[in-house]
Design a protein around this ligand. Structure first.
Ligand code: AMP
Ligand code: ZN
Ligand code: FE
Ligand code: FE
Length: 289
């Protein structure tokens, strides 16, 4: 690689594939990453590790640094909080079992929501929805079926009218607490990251006190750079991480066509130093990288 392209190398520690609600297969995602000059990439599908094998192999072939990850949906007092796990070990049966349980809870909730959609007069079945994902199924797949069948004009309408919190088919999620997810990841020697802390408009004192509590219980880092974060959100998150002695992470939250407009490594601030600093923290803790 010449000096110029090395200078522009990017990283992306938050991406989704068809194992959950992204639209690129794991190997295709790695190919896109390589084409976009991304040096290090983590695959972080919602509540599943099903894409990691394929992605890891493709990344190795392409010469990318690959980080095994996942994004765990949890429920806190303030609402739904996403916790990323990074540097997951190859063997993590405890996490596999935990995620399998979460997918079981997803399944029950999906069934309840689909029956509401059917009561509304929509011809939507569990089979059609489940066929949209390899492993972790959820509302984005219902949105895809509603769109395909012409019941809505776009995904936004599907969420606004039917699938979002104000929608008539909405059923709340049953999920673990962020504390449970953080502790489990810490026990595995994984790096845990509070994902997109400013994505929702949570009251800042409540957000800070939750983060402080997680930091005391093994949280490793905050996701300062995220496609939904403004510069101000990023600055605020960096300051909070500094105050709490936490590391920093960043990713695009790329979902392919499921979230058009978000590119892999899209934020030009997603630079290799972010990964290097996280790796340094792991080295200091004696954790493998
Ligand atoms: P689930 O885990 O099944 O509740 O689905 C949550 C996912 O749905 C989130 O990760 C988002 O990708 C997507 N989502 C949530 N709200 C919206 C929205 N208003 N518009 C589009 N996608 C959304
Ligand atoms: Zn998603
Ligand atoms: Fe998320
Ligand atoms: Fe995500």
């Amino acid at each position: 690689m010449d000096q110029k392209s090395e200078d522009r190398e990017l990283i992306d520690l938050h991406t989704h594939s068809t194992a959950s609600d992204g639209t690129d297969k794991p190997h295709a995602l790695m190919e896109k990453a390589a084409a976009r000059n991304i040096r290090t990439i983590a695959l972080t599908d919602h509540d599943t590790l099903a894409g990691l094998g394929e992605a890891g192999e493709a990344a190795a072939d392409l010469g990318l640094q690959f980080i095994r990850g996942c994004e765990i949906s949890t429920i806190a007092d303030i609402g739904e909080v996403h916790i990323l796990g990074l540097w997951l070990p190859e063997k993590c049966e405890v996490l596999e079992n935990f995620l399998e349980h979460l997918r079981g809870q997803r399944h029950k909730r999906n069934e309840a929501m689909i029956s509401r959609l059917r009561a509304h007069g929509f011809d939507v079945t569990m089979e059609e929805v489940a066929a949209k994902a390899k492993s972790s199924v959820g509302r984005p797949h219902m949105a895809a079926v509603l769109l395909e069948k012409g019941y809505v004009r776009d995904r936004a309408e599907a969420f606004a009218k039917y699938l979002g919190e104000q929608g008539c088919a909405f059923v709340p999620k049953v999920a673990p607490s962020p504390l449970q997810a953080v502790r489990l990841l810490a026990d595995l020697g994984a790096t845990s990251v509070f994902a997109h802390p400013r994505l929702r408009s949570w009251p800042l004192p409540a957000l800070e006190s939750l983060t402080r509590n997680l930091a005391k219980n093994g949280l490793s880092a905050l996701e300062a750079w995220h496609s939904s974060h403004t510069k101000e959100h990023t600055k605020w998150t960096i300051r909070l991480a500094e105050r709490l002695g936490l590391g920093l992470s960043g990713g695009s939250d790329y979902h392919g066509l499921a979230k058009p407009g978000i590119q892999l490594g899209e934020n030009s601030d997603l630079r290799p130093w972010i990964v290097e600093r996280l790796m340094e923290r792991r080295r200091l803790e004696g954790l493998p990288i």
